[in-house]
Design a protein around this ligand. Sequence first.
Ligand SMILES: CSC[C@@H](O)[C@@H](O)C(=O)COP(=O)(O)O
Length: 356
Amino acid sequence: METLHWKGNELLLLDQTALPLQERYLSCRSWQDVRRAIAVLAVRGAPAIGVAAAYAVVLAARALVQGGVADSAALLTQLHAICLDLDAARPTAVNLHWALAKMERRAAELQAENDPALIVDALEALANAICAEDITVNRRLSAYGAACLCKAGKKLHILTHCNAGALATAGIGTALGVIRALHARGLVNMVYADETRPLLQGARLTATELHADGIPVTLITDNMAAWVMRTKEIDAVIVGADRITGNGDTANKIGTYGVAILAREHRIPFYVAAPISTFDLQMETGVSIPIEERDHREVRQFQGQASAPADVAVFNPAFDVTPHEYITAIFTEAGVISEPDERQVTQFFQKKGVVL
Ligand SMILES: CSC[C@@H](O)[C@@H](O)C(=O)COP(=O)(O)O
């Protein structure tokens, strides 16, 4: 199963809303098609959204040039409006913003040439590079994570939440990338996957993905996590991230914060696996992270059938923020940030010379 595939004039997206029942691809031939796919979660997971958005910009730029925009400044102005619209499709995942900003910067670098066709080609090359880089970055951070976790020298019981796997990226995944790297060393005893209400990314995606790869996985409902930690000798929790602020506070799928609290209570290390592009150093703490609220029907209904009164009040935040105090370490492609806080994160970026 390939999460996304660029064909030069269209972006094929594995429709994750249909999994596991159906494996079908959406053909996106316009930036609006991609935006819709991002908004309905046909493509989801912070890194995959970033890659898809980069290709949306290519589709937009090409359509504008084919539609007669012959001036670079006009092209950039119109692309900016489109990028703002794409950015609003999923407000929490900062990788979306990161990829769009990169694309806009590249277009701006070439503005002086006043050759819109050149800008389109350069944007396509950059989108391909963002996609390829995600694959490499997944492998690197997974290797760091596995190296850290294999120190225990035993086969691990791991709990994860949502889907931070191949289906959420262009590569092997982040949290599930670490699990794949551990499995390759024969070090995975069992992965417990939270089903992840309300949209069941854990059940529909993580369980499917791990099962397909022959990695031992046991599906649990979200409310079983505490009991599983108490009775199943969980060695580690590993999750992905949608945005990490300057002090290490981490936004991820709703429910992650609860899992972190449970892990602390049971003295289980809690790890976050995420690429550098998931860091938002402009934000000092998690308090500022915009939390996406989604359609109330996701909670009032279960797979299209009413599961609550049609007019009952609903609160449906798609993400929560885990304060850095709960995080044992963050695995990135540039290395590991242990016990993240403002000092550790700042030192890490300075030491590695990483510029966002
Ligand atoms: C490598 S994916 C990291 C996160 O994006 C993932 O854990 C998550 O919360 C995805 O949420 P989703 O709403 O399915 O896009």
